[in-house]
Design a protein around this ligand. Sequence first.
Ligand SMILES: *Cc1c(COP(=O)(O)O)cnc(C)c1O
Length: 422
Amino acid sequence: MPRPELAVRLAAHRQALLAAQRLRQRLTVEARDGVHCSVEGRRYLNFCSNDYLGLSEHPELRAAAQQALQRDGVGAGSAHLLAGHQREHAELEEAFAAWQDQPRALLFGSGYLANLGVVQGLLQPGDLCVQDKLNHACLLDGALLSGASLRRYPHADVEAAQRQLASAPDALALLATDGVFSMDGDLAPLAELAALAECERATLYIDDAHGGGVLGPQGRGSGAHCGLTAEQLPLQLFTLGKAFGSYGGVVVGRAELVEGLLQAARSYLFATALPPALAAASLAALQLIRGDEGAERRQRLQQRIEQFRRGAGELGLPLLPSTTAIQPLLLGSDGAALAAAEQLRQRGLWVPAIRPPTVPTGRSRLRISLSAKHRPADIERLLEGLALMQPGLGSREDEDATRDPRSGTREQRTNAGGGGME
Ligand SMILES: *Cc1c(COP(=O)(O)O)cnc(C)c1O
């Protein structure tokens, strides 16, 4: 048999995606201004962004980044363990550890790199990695890199997680979950998972990409929101590209775990340190998040979430049980989700349609992300747009999935993680 050709295989893959309405395309944002953005010459009200607190354009973040740029230049020049670990990185790690009341923190280049490094750095073949089926793609990828056995339990099913841990009582075990699920917006049952981890002597690892900055006292995240103590939170990830309005990922927790990662996480060891200006901007964001301004922004965000859920409930829209800034409307088929997004786009409302493999087959949806920067009138505009397409929503194909949010087949997500402009 002749050697297969890569170009032929890629063309076939592209054709299959096209036929299944799953071909992805980017749009170029020409200008951005708070919750508005311009695309192809048209201005949209943006419901795609994970900038939940509206910090990405905050003057204090800009000033911190600019000062660091002037002082230290742009690139860090090398990896942290060579000469790349600069003052801005060290200060950010210290501030994160203090905010979380934990001994140590470690700054990775991004949340994705952090999850690859955490799971690969902590686990090895023979170990057990137990994960929620709806965890973000990079937690799954980290487990694959580590060579540990990966067991995935049905979404939020603590008893199933218990059975999976108990099935290998002699294996070293990591129990990994998103704090807030990126496509559903619901919170993991963290109190139960923490109790389970303790009982099964597994290490609990929470990816709090969507909870950090937004939930809990001082924005300390899903764990704090659920009443977990510092003791019950051995290791957490906060990504800096969402509520922090910046870029990067910080892993915070017990000294021996963080030190272990510094020695073993390949995505830490072999990558250039983040530009120091981004670390400086992230530190400014953390200071805002801990302070009064963060509290005000969280309160405003909460009001918008309540306004949206009240209005959507009155319209009979297929809401999911999310209390966070991620408010999906479950439409079922890919076609229904794409058509709904297109109708909204025509009205100047930018809401992404999320399809497999980001979500399971039959659970395509609109993923609405709210921000503290949305005004009440913006939410009204969105609700008006949604009300107009009500007949379309009513005729969706996948009624069962709407009634039971846990039904439907689930496939491995290969492209999860947010706000894709599809
Ligand atoms: C966005 C996201 C990540 C990846 O973080 P980046 O900083 O964007 O690389 C990881 N986990 C979850 C749950 C996310 O939503």
